[in-house]
Design a protein around this ligand. Structure first.
Ligand code: SF4
Ligand code: SF4
Ligand code: SF4
Length: 205
């Protein structure tokens, strides 16, 4: 395979990454996926604005997605700075397009990025910011969720006719990996995903 063909392969991969990233509804998850995949694949490390920029962008996006201690507006400012520097200073089109991808997503979804700083993922895709819970008013105690949970996160006893005194089914948050398997099998929609609202971090501005 000659150099030109190799370059074309890489360009196609960048397009594939973009398509895959766009399957995610949450803009933080979308940009994190794009940046991580770019770092793992097409990014060659030959110039600083792109190689250092994408690495720093990844760390900032992880902080936002996981609402790590100290995350604040400065992380959003840093992402804008990184994107601008990549657009202007990247040596090749791949770095410039990655910078543009980050800048476009920040511009179009700034409200959602801001909500993440308060510990809220509106699309409920950032797993550090959500919980799976069972609504006891809807649960019919069939036990289907218990059967599919591989992590022993669900407690409860399936209901048998003519017996009473059951405890309601519950999800133990410490064991739940948020894999989403239980919600797929619940026949009555009793399992809900809720946002875990975390105390707003103090802005350093
Ligand atoms: S901009 Fe291009 S040359 Fe520079 S590190 Fe990124 S992929 Fe490599
Ligand atoms: S989301 Fe996954 S780990 Fe959590 S309770 Fe449901 S099946 Fe178990
Ligand atoms: S699958 Fe749904 S209805 Fe059945 S026990 Fe679990 S939460 Fe309750």
């Amino acid at each position: 395979m000659n150099e030109e063909t190799l370059a074309e392969e890489k360009e196609r991969k960048l397009e594939d990454i973009k398509k895959e990233a766009e399957e995610r509804a949450c803009p933080v998850q979308r940009s994190l996926y794009f940046v991580e995949e770019f770092l793992a694949g097409p990014m060659c490390g030959k110039c600083y604005p792109c190689s250092l920029g994408t690495y720093e962008a990844k760390l900032r996006l992880i902080s936002i997605a996981q609402h790590l201690e100290g995350v604040n507006e400065k992380d959003l400012d840093a992402l804008k700075r990184i994107a601008s520097q990549m657009i202007v200073g990247s040596y090749c089109i791949k770095g410039r397009n990655t910078g543009k991808f980050i800048m476009d997503i920040l511009t179009s979804s700034m409200d959602e990025f801001q909500q993440h700083l308060s510990g809220i993922c509106p699309k409920k895709e950032c797993i550090s910011l959500i919980e799976y819970v069972i609504n006891p008013d809807l649960c019919i105690m069939c036990g289907k969720c218990l059967e599919v949970c591989k992590y022993g996160a669900i407690i409860g006893e399936p209901k048998k006719p003519y017996l009473s005194g059951y405890s309601p089914f519950e999800i133990r948050q410490k064991r739940c990996t948020k894999c989403g398997e239980c919600i797929k099998v619940c026949p009555v929609g009793a399992i809900e995903v809720i946002t875990t609202q975390i105390e707003e971090p103090v802005s350093s501005k």
